[in-house]
Write a protein that binds this ligand. Structure first.
Ligand code: GLN
Length: 451
């Protein structure tokens, strides 16, 4: 109730939630109270969390930030929503996001932009901007996000919180509305690595309804918390500290690296030479997958349907023209272009080959180090509207995060301090920690030791 009161007071301006349903939340809260009274409570029982509006949650409006799904009520729960429900967590609502998770500022949402609680004139990052703002403004204890190219880590960085994108395949994509299926992964956004470890324990696990879900034994992600870092080999990719990185952000990251040195880590310089190709590769592959995934929105079985049309083809065209926003249309156009006969080899196939080289860069780097440290985003939170008309500058927000998705590796952002913006305002800076496959427990411990 306390969180719902805060949401009622602050959400009309911050706009972190698209949907709040007091009845549904309080019913879950009462059930949690009952479990606690029965002595049947787990670590998440009664914990009020928020779900990104990309996850289907039975009985909840699930919009994915789009007019296309403005009135869609999910008839079933996503895999991770099932897990949180089973753990007794209370869902406070569905958080705002860039339309179909395409964006880095939450400005492409059909339901309006989200304010960054640290400075309401700035963006919270995206696409999980609503989740980030909700956690930062204490409109929930923690939230879920999804990360296709940086959408958990970049908003976590811009809003001063912790966010983790797990190894591809660890969290179920069932019931998570697809953007680019080979890159999409769900993860936690919270105030600490300890909270994220608890959420990971609940969120992960094999799901046979997701063909890329991994069949592995369940892990306890809290198991390493508190272990000393002595002997940990930390790699600094020289490409992450080059041109394009804000000087204030660089200073904070260097200070964080010093802190790791003091905690006993050994610092080694590494190189990820193909990193700078990750943006062009991503903007071929992600739109290609998106153009295919979004073909299901045809106005027939669910989603927006135009009110008037001449025939079936006209119904498709008008429904899609009205239902999708400009950025989504841009991605569909790029995607269909790179997949079309004659261009497939030149763009799509080439991008797949470079994707492999990017993954090999990381494999080589992990021969020299256990974890990789660097900035999450090249700058702190920017002003709303500042990049809205400049897609390329917006795409560059993910220069340090996208390679991780292309390789399928786990990546995390944790708060590292504050840097001054051009107007002198001190804003949060995120430190990125990249691990080898399935090394989330080590990453969370490294973050926990620093926090
Ligand atoms: N900003 C990137 C994009 O617009 C990544 C988004 C994401 O991770 N969902 O595609």
């Amino acid at each position: 109730q306390e969180y719902l009161n805060r949401i009622a007071r602050l959400n009309p301006e911050i706009n972190a939630y698209i949907t709040v349903d007091t009845e549904l939340s309080l019913a879950q809260a009462r059930a949690a109270d009952q479990r606690i009274a029965n002595g049947d409570a787990g670590p998440l029982t009664g914990i009020p969390i928020a779900q990104k509006d990309i996850f289907c949650a039975k009985g909840w409006k699930t919009t994915c930030g789009s007019k296309m799904l403005e009135t869609f009520i999910a008839p079933y729960d996503a895999g991770i929503v099932e897990h949180f429900n089973a753990a007794g967590a209370v869902n406070l609502g569905k958080t705002n996001m860039d339309e179909f998770a395409m964006g880095s500022s939450n400005e492409t949402s059909y339901f309006g932009k989200v304010q960054n609680p640290w400075d309401r004139t700035r963006v919270p990052g995206g696409s999980s901007g609503g989740s980030a703002a909700a956690v930062a403004a204490r409109l929930c204890a923690a939230a879920t996000g999804t990360d296709t190219g940086g959408s958990i880590r970049q908003p976590a960085s811009l809003c001063g919180l912790s966010g983790l994108k797990p190894t591809y395949g660890l969290t179920s994509r069932y019931g998570m509305i697809a953007f680019a299926s080979s890159l999409d992964q769900a993860g936690p956004m919270a105030h600490s690595c300890e909270d994220m470890a608890i959420m990971m324990n609940a969120m992960t696990g094999f799901d046979q309804r997701d063909s890329t879900s991994l069949q592995r034994e369940k892990e306890d992600y809290t198991r390493d918390l508190g272990k000393p870092l002595a002997g940990l080999r930390v790699g600094l990719p020289k490409e992450y500290f080059a041109e394009g990185l804000d000087a204030g952000v660089a200073k904070v990251i260097e200070a964080a690296v010093d802190e790791y040195r003091k905690l006993g880590a050994e610092i080694v310089e590494i190189s990820l030479p193909n990193t700078m190709l990750s943006i062009p590769v991503y903007y071929v592959l992600a739109p290609a997958e998106a153009s295919s995934n979004l073909s299901r929105y045809d106005g027939v079985r669910f989603g927006h349907r135009a009110a008037e049309y001449d025939d079936l083809m006209d119904m498709y065209c008008k429904s899609r023209a009205e239902g999708f926003g400009a950025e989504v249309k841009r991605r569909i156009l790029i995607g269909t272009y790179v997949l079309s006969a004659g261009y497939y080899d030149a763009y799509y196939l080439k991008a797949q080959q470079i994707r492999r080289l990017i993954a090999e860069d990381f494999a080589k780097a992990f021969e020299q180090c256990d974890l990789i440290l660097g900035p999450t985003a090249p700058s702190t939170a920017f002003k709303a509207g500042e990049k809205a008309d400049d897609p390329v500058s917006m795409y560059l927000q993910d220069i340090y995060t996208i390679a991780v998705n292309l390789a399928g590796l786990p990546g995390m952002s944790i708060p590292a301090g504050f840097a001054p913006a051009a107007d002198g305002k001190e804003l949060p800076v995120g430190l990125q920690v990249i691990g080898n496959y399935f090394d989330e427990a080590r990453m969370l411990n490294a973050g926990h030791a620093y926090q």
